[in-house]
Design a protein around this ligand. Structure first.
Ligand code: CA
Length: 247
């Protein structure tokens, strides 16, 4: 798995390259924002699965580098920084970073986060960027819903339904295992990259808008005190929005 490490501190970089190498990563080390953006220009090699982006770079701000990456690439980005304040985190996530890790970090945790974003990135990456991608994992083709994970598009009965990034991620997550209850904590950790405490309302709002946009009020079921699950089959006679063609 190729990984782009953007870090100007040689000691930090050398330690990371060594550890990541031992864990099977093929690491390219960029020492500046400029070098990082250069490295991401497609060159026929296997694309990077993850970018580890230090925010304090000599030539330009890591936030700017992140938004430039996002302008043309969906590669998962993990910001790594000593700036632990909440505003920096929110700013980074708003710019499209997939995760945010503060220094000093635990190496085991960093590796776990890298694997997590790489898995999600793989599920969302266009097939042309990854020859080894399994075909449409967990794609839901029942109840008239079709989820195109490559293009991040959802349609109901052939009609495109525009979803926000979080709505799509939420639906895509639940659709990985239809019928299985996803805990709120798990949903928050996967979709919002944060704990759900105090955020319950956010989840409710997103579930509500997802139901409305898809026109399938019964699709996402709340399991009280636990979380949510996707009901793959239409319960008999309960979903007025998609009646069976009765005789
Ligand atoms: Ca730095």
């Amino acid at each position: 798995m190729r990984l782009l490490l953007v870090e100007d501190d040689e000691r930090v970089a050398a330690a990371l390259v060594a550890v990541l190498g031992r864990h099977g990563f093929q690491v390219r080390h960029a020492r500046s924002g400029h070098e990082a953006l250069d490295a991401l220009v497609p060159d026929g090699n296997e694309p990077y699965r993850v970018v580890l982006l230090d925010l304090g770079l000599p030539d330009r701000d890591g936030f700017e580098v992140c938004s430039r990456i996002r302008a043309h690439s969906a590669v998962p980005v993990i910001m790594v920084t000593a700036r632990a304040d909440v505003r920096s985190r929110i700013h980074g996530l708003n710019l499209g970073a997939d995760d945010y890790v503060t220094k000093p970090y635990d190496m085991g945790e960093l590796l776990a986060r890298i694997h997590a974003v790489a898995r999600r990135g793989l599920a969302a990456a266009p097939a042309s960027e990854s020859g080894e991608r399994p075909a449409q994992p967990g794609s839901l083709e029942s109840r008239g819903i079709s989820i195109d994970r490559e293009r991040r598009r959802v349609s109901v009965d052939g009609r495109d339904v525009p979803l926000t990034r979080k709505e799509f991620d939420l639906l895509a997550l639940l659709a990985q295992s239809p019928g299985v209850v996803y805990r709120r904590e798990q949903i928050f950790s996967e979709v919002w990259r944060s704990g759900w405490e105090g955020n319950g309302r956010t989840l409710e709002v997103h579930v509500g808008s997802l139901r409305n946009k898809l026109g399938l009020p019964g699709l996402v079921e709340a399991v009280r005190g636990v979380g949510y699950r996707l009901i793959p089959e239409q319960p008999a006679g309960t979903d007025a929005t998609a009646p069976e063609p009765g005789r």
